[in-house]
Ligand binder design. Structure first.
Ligand code: SAH
Ligand code: SF4
Length: 394
């Protein structure tokens, strides 16, 4: 697919490095955490709840980044807060806009690491694809992120900070007194489908999503948040109970033999165990369908027999099957299935009664599509050969 218009790419000037701040960042603290921090700083316990509410609204509803603007707080108190705390989101070091409107942000976090965040505008929604880790411990063989070693988990502040920096860029902090409904927003949905395995950073992701869903702040409905997992079975029930968002699962194969190769976590928890956990999810979380993501790899997992096995396996689970044409990246060991093959596969799935949208690759010209994310600056990446030998030996 050729870009219709030139790619715009503005390199944001990186400010001179200031001495590392001693002040505690309030972004990413839960309400309880914020309360504890305020009390620690000398806020009388009796006032703490009210102060949490006020500061929370300034940060998450109005997008304010300095204490001076918090006009419903006394001047002295604002000064005290400014001395002790900061309101900081990760820095955007590069922003690229695709011909199709997709925006990709290269985001720098503490320690100089980088992750990517992608904003995808559609007619009825705007979805932000956020990262939960720098790199990934897992090594799915078709995924670019999987070639990069896990550097560290993102903190809740760095996770929710991606939502905040996207809102900054979209100019979407509501006017005072106005908090538009989810469906009217530019950023109306979140998918945890960027870099990393969200369920290996469970606490960080949970706290950040709780902030995103908080009714006095960003206030996104839990049905507008989708967490994608490669299949960390023991954390699936917790996701239902402690986050309650929609779930997507990187299924990608219909036999353990093939799934072991594509999604190596399958060797730990196989298809049967995964399906058992998924069967319980909708009831536990009181949510609708589970999305089964299925990457279409030429001659690997794309036969009619695969399609038939797939619908048989998931029978009884309220499901949507999302077919993802493989997004190529330099050195990738697979090819995208042909369109006729994808259509034939989709047809079998559809006739079995499942919605089977084929995910249109977005932002391909800026390498923003699913599974293409990887920070070019990270060192310590493994080569394909290394991964292959680890897989063989694992
Ligand atoms: N770690 C999580 C979430 C991030 S990946 C997970 O694996 O689910 C988001 C989705 O993109 C997953 O379904 C993943 O399998 C898929 N994906 C990864 N690399 C891809 C590629 N090159 N082409 C298409 N989809 C890919
Ligand atoms: Fe990690 Fe998901 Fe990529 Fe697998 S597909 S390597 S779990 S980011």
């Amino acid at each position: 697919m050729q870009p219709a218009a030139p790619i715009t790419q503005d390199l944001v000037t990186i400010p001179r490095k200031l001495p590392q701040s001693e002040r505690q960042n309030l972004v990413g603290l839960t309400r309880d955490g914020l309360r504890a921090a305020l009390i620690e700083a000398g806020t009388p316990e009796k006032q703490a709840k009210m102060r949490v509410g006020q500061i929370w609204q300034w940060i998450y509803q109005k997008g304010v980044r300095d204490f001076e603007s918090m006009t419903n707080l006394a001047k002295d108190y604002r000064a005290l807060l400014a001395e002790r705390f900061e309101i900081a989101v990760p820095e955007v070091v590069q922003r690229q806009v695709s011909a199709d409107g997709t925006r990709k942000y290269l985001v720098r976090i503490a320690g100089g690491h980088e992750v990517e965040t992608v904003y995808i505008p559609e007619t009825d929604r705007g979805t932000l694809c956020i990262s939960s880790q720098v790199g990934c411990t897992l090594t799915c063989s078709f995924c670019h992120t999987g070639t990069q070693k896990l550097v560290r988990n993102l903190t809740p502040g760095e996770i929710i900070g991606q939502v905040m920096l996207a809102r900054d860029d979209l100019g979407e902090w509501p006017e005072p007194g106005r908090n538009p409904k989810n469906e009217q927003r530019l950023l109306s949905n979140i998918v945890l489908m960027g870099m990393g395995e969200p369920l290996y950073n469970f606490d960080g992701v949970r706290d950040a999503m709780q902030i995103a869903m908080d009714g006095e702040g960003i206030s996104l409905s839990r049905r507008r948040i989708t967490l994608s997992t490669s299949g960390v079975v023991p954390e699936i029930a917790r996701t239902a109970e402690e986050i309650g968002c929609l779930l997507a699962v990187s299924f990608h194969a219909t036999t353990d033999e093939v799934r072991d190769k594509l999604v190596p976590i399958n060797k730990r928890w196989n298809i049967t165990e995964l399906l058992d956990a998924l069967r319980a999810y909708p009831k536990l979380s009181n949510s609708e369908r589970i999305t089964f993501e299925y990457v279409m790899l030429k001659d690997v997992n794309d036969s009619d027999a695969d399609a038939r096995r797939l619908v048989k396996l998931i029978r009884g689970i309220p499901a949507k099957i999302n077919l993802i044409p493989f997004n190529e990246w330099p050195g990738a060991p697979y090819e995208r299935s042909d369109w006729e093959r994808i259509e034939a596969f989709a047809d079998i799935v559809y006739k079995a009664g499942y919605a089977s949208p084929v995910r249109t690759p977005r932002g391909e010209d800026i390498m923003a599509a699913c599974g293409q994310l990887k920070s070019a600056t990270e060192r310590g990446r493994r080569s394909r050969a290394q991964i292959a030998s680890e897989l063989g030996g694992g």
